[in-house]
Design a protein around this ligand. Structure first.
Ligand SMILES: *[C@@H]1O[C@H](CO)[C@@H](O)[C@H](O)[C@H]1NC(C)=O
Ligand SMILES: *[C@@H]1O[C@H](CO)[C@@H](O)[C@H](O)[C@H]1NC(C)=O
Ligand SMILES: [Cu+2]
Length: 375
């Protein structure tokens, strides 16, 4: 694969660069409050998350309408003049950017993103009148071939999130050239086309106000390699959480991407926000991708639920797989979405059971999936 070694070195260079800047990125500590969390005295039934293409057209429309509502509501991050957060949606992007190097390639990667996605689902419901559950994107259905991938209902211009952007040239030795990328410009159809200020943060770890269009750079052959059912099964066949999580995340190389990178670079390529490790939640597809990664984790948990409701390990610090710097994450490890999201601070242990549903006043999550993967 052309540029394979280059991409590995390039990505590592950025990792190292960002590792140093991450030290200056304090994690804002949230005050707790509303958002997902126990709602005493109110019996809860899990919301059932479904695959995007199985939603009816009115259900799809109501989801997109709620996303647009979050994109239009004012941010609650103060003050707008010192950070670039403009919309309520940006409050979540901001949190992801600020914590990027504290929660990727770590043991709490999956738990953190499980909560992040649930908080997004709650904001859509509590602040934008959405009545459904967060949909997921089962990319294994589309990864059967590059052509099928491009034709995914998720990219539909009328009933989906729109598709690719026009081709943008890249230097041949650019280390971030995702193999087989096909676009790079502003998304040219669908509900997010035509807005040159949908995105306000990034690229990279910048949180300065920087209005931009939503970009995509679909990489169909890359996606069909890394989002395949085979790759998903390989992931699900891991015997303990440590290895399961590592196979989900892969390594920072286009040659070892895993299903996590498969969705990010398969949609974002070189130029799209989905390919940006920090600002990737700027693309609303992020949450359908992460809902499916969460579904892969829940599928894996369900194969041996009793044991896997408490199976957690993996480094506290980025890529410290040998525990040379610090130890492994435990169920007591704290997870915060930061103040502006108004979501309560929780622990990894609070995030292990998606169907806890206020049990004993302690359950944080309350959703289920209509279908899980089996081996
Ligand atoms: C930011 O805006 C607020 C409210 O308008 C103002 O009180 C504050 O002085 C501004 N801060 C800076 C650093 O400009
Ligand atoms: C940390 O977790 C890994 C799996 O992720 C495991 O192999 C290792 O033994 C754990 N280390 C400690 C000190 O428990
Ligand atoms: Cu992330």
């Amino acid at each position: 694969m052309a540029g394979g070694m280059g991409s590995r070195l390039g990505t590592w260079a950025v990792l190292v660069l960002c590792w140093t800047t991450a030290l200056t990125c304090a994690v804002p500590v949230g005050p707790g409050g509303p958002g997902p969390g126990p709602k005493p005295g109110k019996p809860e039934k899990p919301l059932v998350r479904k695959e995007w293409r199985t939603l009816s057209t009115p259900e799809k429309r109501s989801y997109i309408t709620a996303v647009k509502c979050l994109l239009a509501k004012p941010s609650q991050t103060t003050p707008f003049n010192t950070t670039g957060t403009f919309s309520r949606y940006d409050d979540l992007v901001y949190t992801h950017i600020q914590q990027t190097f504290q929660m990727h390639y770590t043991g709490h990667f999956l738990a953190w993103h499980r909560y992040f996605t649930a908080v997004y689902e709650s904001l859509l419901r509590d602040e934008c009148g959405y009545t459904g559950a967060q949909p997921y994107w089962d990319w294994t259905l589309d990864a059967v071939s590059p052509a099928a991938y491009v034709a995914s209902p998720v990219f539909d211009p009328v009933t989906g999130f729109g598709g690719n952007g026009p081709w943008v040239e890249t230097a041949p030795d650019d280390p971030f050239n995702v193999p087989g990328r096909t676009g790079g410009g502003c998304v040219s159809d669908g509900p997010f086309a035509g807005a040159d200020d949908l995105v306000h943060l990034g690229p990279g770890d910048s949180v300065a106000y920087n209005p931009q269009c939503l970009r995509r750079d679909l990489s169909p052959s890359f996606a069909s390699r890394w989002l395949s059912l085979d790759q998903t099964r390989l992931t699900l066949s891991q015997g303990d959480f440590g290895w399961f999580s590592r196979v989900v995340e892969g390594m920072p190389s286009f040659d070892a991407s895993g299903i996590h990178g498969g969705g990010h670079y398969g949609v974002g390529g070189r130029w799209g926000q989905m390919g940006d490790l920090y600002a990737s939640p700027c693309d609303p597809i992020f949450f359908l991708h992460h809902a499916n990664l969460d579904r892969v984790w829940w599928s894996w948990q369900k194969m041996d639920l009793k044991k896997r409701l408490t199976d957690i390990s993996g480094p506290i610090e980025l890529m410290d797989y040998g525990n040379e710097k610090t130890g492994n994450v435990t169920l007591a490890f704290p997870v915060s979405m930061g103040g502006p999201t108004t979501a309560a601070d929780v622990t990894v242990g609070d995030l292990m059971d998606i169907k806890a549903c206020g049990k004993g006043g302690k359950g944080v999550l309350c959703y289920d999936y209509d279908r899980v993967y089996t081996l």
